[in-house]
Design a protein around this ligand. Structure first.
Ligand code: 4AD
Ligand code: MG
Length: 482
């Protein structure tokens, strides 16, 4: 049996001096033919393994190189060296796998994030990415814990669907039809009856619509799964494949929805602060270094840990879309023509506008409600009309410093007639969506929900500026490696 080892995290936390243990991991560095820094991914700390002089033949010593994998048996001793309190005095070392130092791309030095992105299959072995992905794991775990504690049911919504939940047409097609000799109807259009599902299908952009069906029986559900968007956005905040958490709650109005979303985000941050403090400290130092490279006026005022502390200890700002536009119009940035995109009631706010609101004006997360109906999805609840031409919906977006939109949600239109009219007006195929409309026919209730972009949340907590660095293998336009 191989698995009688102790993980390095457990060893550093609890092993007592004099005990004999087995550890396994990968070599980070090997100094003076004597000191091995060994890492097994359980923590960002390395275990110092001490090789007694003369213990190993020269040929074996040569094979202890950065990236090589080892099985080490030895005795735990107090460390005399700086930087660690205990170390492992090796009694036996087996090399499990060699790593040619001429070819191994990860050297014990600082590599750029861009370079590491090209070797994403190896970047887990660096301090930065070790920390990022341990935190990503913790966040995923905390998502389930948060909802489980509150009696929400985890509903698995389908990945392949025949509908466009957001009505934005940014879908990846799923088909088994051949490119050559595609079956056609008489009018020349593709005959999807011949396709695998007998209709046109795509990868889901959101689990919300099916989530609503669940909420109409279980009261409170959430989904947490991959979603896909074929939007050609090459930004630091967009992925073609990303993970989304979508709770959907019966008997909730917009305010209940905002309260839940705010509590959820704060809970996730608190969880990571309590369970990943070593990793957070490492990323806090990394970000401070990165900030130092920027011109003074572009640096953020708070470090990573300060920012997270601030967010869990302060309420989010809540404003209406109309107020947001007013603030932008009165801003020095607008007056000095600093915005690239226009500002007026009715615009879909651009990231420069969102960032102004959260980073310059409020300096904290902001929940914006009451967006113009014309720029939001068909399922959002219509507000009472206050001014013709200025119809709004009970939408809410949460904007976070450094990220922009992190949550999108709304109270849903539960009134059958209003929903049907809006779907028709927005050219949503009412017939095909009759399963969705049925929820409004049979026991409709006020309900609400939201979607949290998981990678944007990981970005927020880790301080990583590029979304490609918080998902193991990013899918973006013209890029699908690994
Ligand atoms: O605002 P969105 O499009 O809302 C929905 O999909 C709703 N169905 C959610 C709901 O009410 N159940 O997306 C929700 C969130 C965004 O706020 C953002 O955080 C994230 O998903 N998101 C993306 N993250 C990474 N890459 C992309 N291309 C994203 N598009 C949206
Ligand atoms: Mg949105």
């Amino acid at each position: 049996m191989l698995n009688q080892r102790i993980k390095i995290k457990a060893l550093l936390q609890q092993a007592s001096i004099g005990t004999h243990v087995t550890v396994m991991g990968w070599v980070r560095t090997f100094r003076n033919n004597q000191f091995i820094a060994l890492n097994d991914g359980s923590t960002n700390y390395n275990l110092q393994v001490v090789v007694a002089l003369g213990m190993l033949p020269e040929a074996t010593l040569k094979r202890i190189t950065t990236g090589a994998s080892l099985k080490v048996q030895g005795t735990i001793a107090e460390s005399l060296g700086k930087g660690q309190s205990i170390e492992l005095l090796a009694t036996a070392i087996d090399i499990l796998g060699d790593s040619d130092p001429e070819k191994y791309p990860l050297q014990p030095k600082k590599h750029s994030l861009e370079f590491l992105r090209e070797i994403a299959h190896l970047r887990f072995r660096t301090n930065t990415f070790g920390a990022v992905f341990r935190i990503r794991h913790s966040l995923a775990f905390a998502v389930h814990q948060f909802f489980n504690e509150r009696g929400f049911l985890y509903l698995h919504t389908p990945i392949i669907t025949a509908s466009d939940a957001e009505g934005a047409g940014e879908m990846f097609r799923v088909t088994t039809l051949p490119f050559d000799g595609t079956p056609r109807n008489e009018d020349g259009t593709v005959n999807f009856k011949e396709d695998f599902f007998g209709k046109s299908t795509n990868l889901t952009v959101s689990g919300q619509l099916e989530g609503e069906l669940g909420a109409m029986a279980f009261s409170e559900i959430y989904t947490f799964g991959p979603t896909f968007r074929a939007e050609n956005s090459n930004t630091t905040r967009h992925l073609a494949e990303f993970w989304m958490i979508e709770p959907e709650m019966a008997f909730y109005d917009l305010e209940d929805n905002m309260n839940l979303a705010e509590a959820f985000i704060q809970y996730l941050i608190r969880y990571v602060m309590a369970h990943n403090s070593d990793d957070l400290q490492l990323l806090d130092r990394r970000l401070a270094e990165e900030e130092k490279q920027k011109p003074a006026n572009e640096r953020s005022e708070l470090g990573l840990l300060d920012k997270l502390n601030f967010v869990v200890n302060n309420q989010f700002e809540r404003i209406t879309y109309t107020e947001a536009i007013q603030i932008l119009l009165e801003s020095p940035a607008y007056k000095k023509k600093k915005f690239k995109y226009e500002v007026s009631w009715g615009i879909d706010m651009q990231s420069e506008h969102e960032r102004y609101l959260v980073e310059k004006h409020f300096k904290k997360p902001v929940i914006v409600t009451g967006y113009p109906a014309a720029i939001k999805a068909f399922y959002m609840r219509m507000n009472d009309v206050c001014e013709p031409g200025k119809e709004t919906v009970a939408a809410m977006d949460i904007l976070a410093p450094g990220i922009g939109e992190i949550v999108g949600g709304s109270q849903r239109e539960e009134r059958l007639d209003v929903l049907q009219k809006r779907m028709e007006a927005m050219h949503i195929p009412v017939e095909e969506m009759s399963w969705y409309i049925d929820t409004r026919r049979f026991g409709t209730v006020p309900h609400a929900g939201f979607g949290l972009g998981f990678e944007r949340m990981v970005q927020f907590v880790t301080g990583m500026t590029n979304i490609r660095d918080v998902i193991p293998f990013a899918r973006t336009p013209k890029n699908c490696s690994f």
